[in-house]
Design a protein around this ligand. Structure first.
Ligand SMILES: NC(=O)c1ccc[n+]([C@@H]2O[C@H](COP(=O)([O-])OP(=O)(O)OC[C@H]3O[C@@H](n4cnc5c(N)ncnc54)[C@H](O)[C@@H]3O)[C@@H](O)[C@H]2O)c1
Length: 228
């Protein structure tokens, strides 16, 4: 299936590599901006088949060192904005009687991880939103699912590691598949969930794409013993 794309980010995006794409530069926590993107997207393409809520921010600090302002900011971007986007683009899908929304949560939406109170709460909340919209909109043909990536080498990971909170080895020692996810690993799961001809009866799931991280109860030495 060839997709036409509507790409939204705070930073301007170079769309020369895409055949059929439009881009919007702005802040997805701004409801007026979100409404504008949905209206313009519909004007340009006349339909919306899928929405991927991928933008997000991290915040690494102990709970006691996390200010209310930091906490609110993370919730605004990671949890309120996907709600605004789901409503703005979901309306068009509901009118058409079909569509798919994929929210990018995290393994941090399924487990507690220290020093990430705001991020973890936002990603847990995003799974709650996913399940609720799946119930509200499923009978009207709109599926809503989440993917829960493990660690991926992106700008977010570079920035978080630069703060000194973890190393590559901390992650690879913990992942049963002994490596980081590639961006393509996450993208392929998102494309599958977006495509109703492939995943048409999958609704309300939080799919880990984590190399086994969230299903591994082994202690470190036991896991590492199986690497020889
Ligand atoms: N990198 C990882 O290890 C990892 C693991 C699990 C989940 N995730 C999740 O995957 C998603 C993508 O993360 P990434 O690693 O590519 O991060 P990234 O920081 O590399 O990219 C995030 C993008 O979101 C955009 N953005 C941030 N705030 C915005 C706003 N208010 N309005 C519009 N755009 C905004 C940024 O400009 C940036 O382009 C995020 O939701 C993240 O929480 C990442």
């Amino acid at each position: 299936m060839g997709w036409s794309l509507v790409l939204i980010d705070l930073k301007s995006i170079d769309i020369r590599q895409f055949k059929n794409a439009i881009t919007f530069t702005g802040d997805i926590t701004d409801e007026d901006f979100v409404s504008l993107t949905a209206t313009e997207a519909f004007k340009k393409f006349g339909r919306v088949d899928a929405l991927v809520n991928n933008a997000g921010i991290s915040n690494i600090a102990s709970a006691l060192e996390t200010t209310a302002a930091n906490y609110r900011q993370v919730l605004e971007v990671n949890l309120v904005a996907p709600f605004l986007l789901a409503k703005a683009f979901g309306r068009t899908m509901l009118d058409a009687g079909s569509g798919s929304i994929v929210n990018v949560s995290s393994v941090a939406g399924l487990q507690g991880i220290a020093d990430r109170s705001a991020y973890n709460a936002s990603k847990h909340g995003l799974i709650g939103l996913t399940r609720t919209l799946a119930v509200e909109w499923g009978a009207r043909g709109v599926r809503v699912n989440a993917v829960c990536p493990g660690w991926v080498k992106t700008e977010m990971d570079h920035k978080d590691q630069a703060g000194g909170s973890y190393s590559d080895l901390d992650i690879t020692n913990h992942v049963p598949m002994a490596k980081f996810a590639r961006p393509e690993d996450i993208a392929e799961a998102i494309v599958w969930l977006s495509d109703s001809t492939k995943s048409g009866f999958v609704n309300g799931v939080a799919l880990p794409v984590d190399g086994g991280w969230t299903n591994d109860g082994s202690w470190q030495s036991l896991r590492l013993k199986h690497r020889d």
